[in-house]
Design a protein around this ligand. Structure first.
Ligand code: AQP
Length: 332
């Protein structure tokens, strides 16, 4: 079976709709057909300041949400990044293979550091994509299911894998991004020209899956559309409506063309009311399942411990090979 690897940050508490539709939904599907490794990336989280107690709680919360979304520990390997020390170890080697200019071209760093003020951004934030390279290469992943915003980091992963292989001998698999066109980028409900994001979106533009369903319904109903009245998918000219149609279609399983037909001659109000209902039907059981996992932290922690053990089996083997290739003297 081909292998997939992906991760999600535990930083924001609740996952948002972009995380779910852009990534986690695909993770759930891929565990059926792939040898799947998924992790909560707490090492990535500390690239910006975190409260320790909050980070710990959010790490469990992220794992609970992944299980609630449908990850099955019998079908995939679910673990916490810091439980597998090989991530940081391989990242160091990859740091040493990366050019400073090359790392400087990563657009996510440019965006995030610009927001914080370049002097305040940590070196960890700068090397974040290189840790991601290590995450992926350790598992010899064939595909990486992510949203569009991560495409550049997968390119970097391929470049560094090729560089390492060229310099030290064939070691790493070159991974491909697995990005579904329809949901590659979910947009902010208030500003459909930007992606829905925990740091850039206003509270009204961001759907948190763990929000009260009535809060979510309200946000859907006040989503920005356009001055036209026709319900039609046209990402360029009608980004707000198109975003709502994408969300509606993916969550309900109805095709976009079917939705356009269903709402022909009806106003945006009807579309939003129905979408609010579809959202409520999705988030209500999701919230309940998340809470059930949180109420039983022992079970949750033991799932994560088993996942880490399985992950380490693979990661340790790859790291040992990389260490040998680089020329590190084996410890006796
Ligand atoms: N709006 C989005 N549309 C589609 N996919 C998205 N992802 C994030 N936003 C969207 C995907 O979610 C996965 C996990 O993301 P992450 O935990 O690495 O967080 P992030 O990318 O840092 O999420 P945010 O909200 O975008 O955070 P900020 O605002 O800090 O940048 C990834 O696969 C990502 O592509």
């Amino acid at each position: 079976r081909p292998r997939v690897l992906s991760g999600i940050q535990p930083t924001a508490g609740s996952f948002h709709l972009g995380n779910y539709l852009g990534a986690v939904r695909q993770w759930v599907a891929l565990q059926e057909s792939h040898d799947a490794f998924y992790m909560v990336v707490d090492l990535h989280a500390i690239t910006v300041p975190q409260d320790p107690a909050q980070l710990r709680a959010n790490t469990r919360l992220a794992a609970a949400q992944l299980l609630a979304a449908g990850l099955d520990p019998e079908r995939c390997t679910l673990f916490v990044q810091s439980h597998v020390p090989e991530h940081a170890q391989l990242a160091w080697i990859m740091n040493c293979l990366t050019g400073f200019g090359e790392a400087s071209r990563m657009t996510q760093f440019k965006d995030k550091s610009a927001k914080q003020g370049a002097d305040r951004a940590s070196v960890g934030l700068f090397t974040y994509p290189i840790l991601q390279v290590a995450d992926i290469l350790l598992y010899q992943a064939d595909e990486v299911p992510v949203g569009e915003d991560q495409r550049q980091h997968i390119e970097l992963t391929r470049d560094l894998a090729e560089r390492f292989n060229g310099r030290f001998g064939e070691t790493f698999t070159l991974p491909k991004p697995y990005i579904l066109k329809e949901t590659a980028k979910i947009y902010d409900l208030q500003d459909p020209s930007i992606k829905m994001s925990k740091s850039a979106s206003t509270p009204k533009g961001l759907i948190n899956l763990l929000d009260e369903p009535r809060v979510t319904a309200k946000k859907v109903k006040s989503a920005v559309t356009d001055t036209d009245t026709v319900i039609r998918y046209d990402a360029e000219n009608k980004p707000g409506v198109s975003n709502l149609l994408t969300i509606y279609s993916t969550l309900s399983g109805a095709g976009i063309a079917d939705l356009e037909e269903k709402y022909a001659g009806k106003g945006y109000g009807a579309l939003k009311t129905d979408l609010a209902e579809v959202m409520t039907e999705f988030v209500t059981p999701f919230r309940e399942r998340t809470q059930q996992y949180l109420d039983d932290p022992e079970t949750l922690d033991s799932i994560l411990a088993k996942g880490a053990e399985k992950a380490r089996g693979v990661a340790a083997e790859t790291l040992a090979q990389a260490y040998a290739r680089v020329g590190f003297l084996p410890a006796k």
